[in-house]
Every structure is written in C-alpha cells, then in structure tokens.
Design a protein around this ligand. Structure first.
Ligand code: SF4
Length: 437
C-alpha cells in the first residue's frame, strides 16, 4: 500500500507530516511520489492565510476526481483546517474518509488500523526518520493570545505543553540517528510548561530553561534552537539560560509586529512597545552576543503614516539581524476581519513593505559586515559542487569552501571572508589553526 502526503504551512505541520509518514512506514506502507499513485492521499492543511486554505481546498477537490477513478483510494485531511466543528467539513467534503485535528496524526493511523493500540496523544514511539542533521520538535501546541489578525488559536486550540520526559525521548531518538541540532517549536515558545504540573518538591512549573538543561545533557546533541518568542512570556531565567547553556544557540525570533501602541492595541498583541523594548534590553543585557529577528505587519487596519513611522523608528533603534515583513491582509474568521476596517490601499501597503525592506537591507549589511574576518562555528547542513552550507550559532546562513574531510552534521569553524545582507561566505579554519573570534 502506498501513501502520499501534501503539506502546507509551518514547521509544526512539517513535523506532523514526518511523524505520520514514520507511523505509516511502521505499518508497512510506502511513500508514493504523487497522489495519483497512492492508496491514501493526505492533505496537511494550513489556514493562517486565506490563500493557503484556498490551495488546500482546491487540492482536496482535485483528489476527489482522482478518487473517482481509483478504486479503494482514501483521503485524509489533517492540520489547521480541521477545527472543532468537523461536522460542517464532513457535509462540505463528503468524499473525505478521515479528519484529524492538528497534532492528531495518530487518528489517521487508527482509521487504517483501528484494532491497534498505538500509544498516547503524542505517540512518542513513532518518531520520524530524520532527513539531515537538523530537526524541528514541537514542544507546546496552540496559542492563548488571540491577536486580532490571527486564526491560530481558533484552529490549533489553547497552549498545551508536552512533558520534558516526552520531548527528551523524541530528541534522544533523533540524536541517536544523526540529528545534531533541534529547533523547539511553539507559537509562543516561552509559554512552554505553564500548563504542566508543578515540579515535585517545588512550587514551580517546568519552563523552557528546564527543558534546555535536560536536553543539553544528551551527549550526541550539539545545538538547541527555539521558535517563536513572545515578549510577555520571556523571563530573565529563560534569557540567562540561553546565555549560559553552551548548547543553546543565542538567537531569538521575537515578533514586534508594529512599533505604535495604538496599532499594537488594535492587534491585541498584549504589550506596549515600551515593554517590547524592555524585553530586547534584557536580552541584550544578559545575552549580548545574541542575534535577533522579528516579524512586522505593515498596513494594519487604520495604520497612519505617523504610526508606520514609529515602526520604522523601532526597527532602526533595535537593529534586528533579520526582519520578516508582511503586508496586512484580513483573514476570514478573525476578530480583525469581523470588526476592523481594512482601509489601506494595497499600493500603500506595498510602499511601506518596501520601505521596511530597504531599511533592513542597510541594517543587515552593516551587522553582517562586522562579522568580516571573524571565525564562526557552523553546523554543516549541505554541500553542492564543493561548497558547503550551514548556519552559525546566530542563525546566519554560511557558505564555505573546505578541504575534506568535512561531513554533513560536522561542527566546523569558518573564517568569514565576505558578507552580504543575506549570508556569509568563508573558508574552513583548518584543524590546528588559531581561531580568531
Ligand atoms: S501570539 Fe498572536 S500571532 Fe502568534 S499564534 Fe498566538 S494569536 Fe497568532
């Protein structure tokens, strides 16, 4: 029997698809390159943007046609499209055989093999075959924040953390099969542990720092990253842990979204810009070597020129290493879509987006230029035509030349000879040579 999985969306969905594939492999199923050669076609959906949802729905209708011509073919739909009200979906798409909510990929397996006892919610025994030296590991699912523009809390539910033991079991398994770096995932990753029981003998619940400590003890694991940060959940304890645990990479992806308090309030981000800047200040105080990236939405409902100017001021003041910028587009089902007026013309949104990009290109050029002639620790992730690629601890993309032996998964020192806003280039420092940082 053969399966095909079509995946849209974030690293969480990628991780779920990999786990489902691993589970199917355990049942003896094999992957098919396309749905038209599959007995089971799985659609792993994302609904963060309307376009992503439209693509998934279009693909589902395409599968319906295939199913009509392929006897016995089954269709499974999982991910964020599958919210709490599955009944509506069943009526709208009666040709779908099984629906599975986010992180419930085991429902698909149970549908195929209902008699099997396949384990608990996170199904810890079904870990994916790693595709290289890095892997994503979801540690907290869902979100409690309800930003007005975002659909995630409605589809992925409230924050729910895995236990430290459960995460550690998965990371141990990955590390034993060649993974050297894990990225711990959560919509607001510092919320990790808030819903877990208190640690025995203490009045404290486990947090991200505890998880870092536990995973750092795994000898084969070299690096730990984490995504995505949220300023209100960022404690000094977590920042100090990032600075103090040698295996935790000093990089924070901490979305600001806007630099103006009225816009932040309309977004219901839950903080004012002063609080965000305080959080950045605490990171820079305790972890001065850390790099910072952020997300920005321009052209949100009612954003004036002056309010946009305050976002530009924040970007110029903080000087992020990287900025992911998006022009606002309303997402049906969200509070902003229901209650706020999407009143900026598309051309104006794009003008603001390009202004952010131009500013950020200059800042990234300057930040990366300061890395010229330094030596960076790089985890080797790929090789093409004699050029190796990997990431520095600060999450900078690094291309470098090296004499063998260099293998995927090695940690090597690279002397930086050239920089651009987007990447660094250099040459491996030969073993025995003095590293200059
Ligand atoms: S913090 Fe806001 S933007 Fe991020 S997932 Fe939660 S609701 Fe969405």
């Amino acid at each position: 029997m053969r399966y095909h999985i079509w995946t849209e969306g974030c690293q969480m969905n990628e991780a779920d698809s990999e786990k489902l594939a691993a589970g199917l492999a355990k049942l003896g199923w094999e992957p098919a390159p396309k749905a038209d050669a599959a007995d089971l076609a799985v659609v792993n959906t994302c609904v963060v943007r309307q376009k992503a949802e439209d693509r998934a729905v279009g693909y589902m209708w395409h599968l319906r046609k295939l199913k009509e011509s392929r006897e016995g073919m089954q269709i499974a739909v999982m991910g964020c499209l599958v919210g709490p009200r599955t009944e509506e979906l069943r009526k709208r798409f009666p040709f779908v055989d099984v629906w599975a909510r986010p992180q419930s990929f085991d429902v698909v397996i149970r549908h195929l093999m209902p008699a099997n006892d396949l384990g608990g919610e996170f199904w810890p025994d079904t870990f994916p075959e790693p595709g290289g030296p890095t892997a994503f590991v979801p540690i907290v699912h869902g979100c409690n924040k309800f930003c007005t523009y975002c659909i995630v809390p409605y589809r992925r539910g409230r924050e729910k953390s895995r236990t430290i033991a459960d995460v550690r079991r998965e990371v141990t398994s990955l590390a034993s099969r060649g993974v050297r770096e894990v990225t711990l995932l959560g919509q607001t990753v510092e919320a990790y542990g808030k819903d877990l029981p208190e640690i025995a003998g203490s009045s404290r619940r486990p947090d991200l720092a505890d998880l870092f400590e536990s995973l750092s003890a795994l000898p084969e694991l070299q690096r730990i990253r984490f995504l995505t940060s949220y300023p209100r959940d960022m404690t000094d304890r977590i920042i100090r842990s990032v600075a103090g645990e040698p295996k935790v990479c000093e990089h924070f992806n901490i979305p600001v979204q806007a630099g103006d308090n009225e816009v932040l309030a309309r977004m219901r981000r839950g903080y004012e810009i002063e609080e965000f800047l305080d959080c950045v200040g605490r990171i820079r105080e305790h972890a001065p070597q850390a790099s910072l990236s952020t997300d920005v939405i321009v052209g949100f409902c009612g954003e004036t020129e002056a309010q946009f100017g305050r976002t530009m001021d924040v970007l110029a003041r903080v000087r992020f290493d990287k900025v992911h910028v998006a022009a606002y587009s309303p997402r049906p089902g969200t509070i902003a879509w229901r209650n706020l007026d999407d009143d900026l013309p598309q051309e104006e949104k794009m003008r603001r987006l390009h202004a952010v990009e131009t500013l950020q290109e200059r800042i990234a050029t300057e930040i990366n230029a300061a890395l010229l002639h330094t030596t960076q620790e790089v985890l080797v992730e790929g090789e093409k035509d004699g050029t190796f690629t990997g990431r520095s601890r600060a999450n900078k993309l690094v291309h470098f030349r090296a004499e063998p032996p260099v293998a995927i998964g090695d940690l090597v020192d690279v002397r930086i000879a050239k920089t651009t806003p987007w990447s660094l280039q250099g040459e491996r420092v030969r073993a025995g040579a003095t590293a200059v940082v």
